[in-house]
Write a protein that binds this ligand. Structure first.
Ligand SMILES: Cc1cc2nc3c(=O)[nH]c(=O)nc-3n(C[C@H](O)[C@H](O)[C@H](O)COP(=O)(O)O)c2cc1C
Length: 174
């Protein structure tokens, strides 16, 4: 093997060994948070897992029960997750904002896995407000402060205007 190739292989192996293993876990009712999760996974080379609720939250009825249950800080029953948090160095958790709170499935996920989290970072999508309280409570439930947070408005995500803010967030994770 030439010296150049040897150095390339050594550098590659070193980079691979020192790279953080990242899991992105998100809930999304109408695919906005999902879009951000997928962009992040691509940029970070991370694994991704969707939080799946057993409650049907579609349509107007789903909207109403979701808003009410978020306000009441209720929990739900989730489908079993496939990824094991203990296999990762960093968990990035994404939620939509419901009634100025985190979504009910994300609250449940955090409760269900309390004590299993490595380092964390949070992101949310929202019409306009509620991110601060949601992020604060997310940290409180698992007893960890996030490395950083990212709050995006639905319109920014839908119109593909969030690229710069997403890149900043990615930069803060390293
Ligand atoms: C039940 C419910 C309550 C909501 N409450 C808020 C809110 O308090 N503040 C806000 O900015 N957006 C609120 N929204 C808007 C969502 O946060 C926003 O549309 C988000 O991007 C949806 O993400 P998703 O498509 O991943 O489900 C609410 C949406 C739902 C369904």
């Amino acid at each position: 093997m030439s010296l150049g190739l040897q150095n390339y292989v050594i550098n590659y192996l070193h980079k691979y060994k020192t790279m953080k293993k990242i899991l992105i876990t998100y809930y999304s009712r109408t695919a906005t948070t999902k879009k951000v999760a997928e962009i992040l996974a691509e940029k970070l080379g991370a694994d991704i897992e969707e939080i799946k609720d057993t409650v049907d939250r579609k349509g107007a009825k789903g909207y109403l029960i979701s808003g009410r249950d978020a306000t009441l800080r209720k929990l739900t029953v989730l489908e079993k997750s496939e990824k094991n948090l203990q296999d990762y160095d960093l968990a990035i958790i994404g939620t939509p904002i419901w009634s100025w709170n985190m979504s009910v499935p994300v609250r449940t996920y955090l409760h269900d896995h309390k004590g299993e989290f490595p380092e964390v970072a949070f992101f949310c999508t929202m019409g306009g407000s509620g991110d601060e309280r949601a992020f604060r409570e997310m940290g409180e439930i698992i007893g960890k402060q996030p490395i950083t947070n990212l709050a995006l408005k639905t319109a920014e995500v839908v119109k593909n205007l969030a690229g710069e803010r997403i890149d900043e967030f990615v930069g803060e994770l390293n």
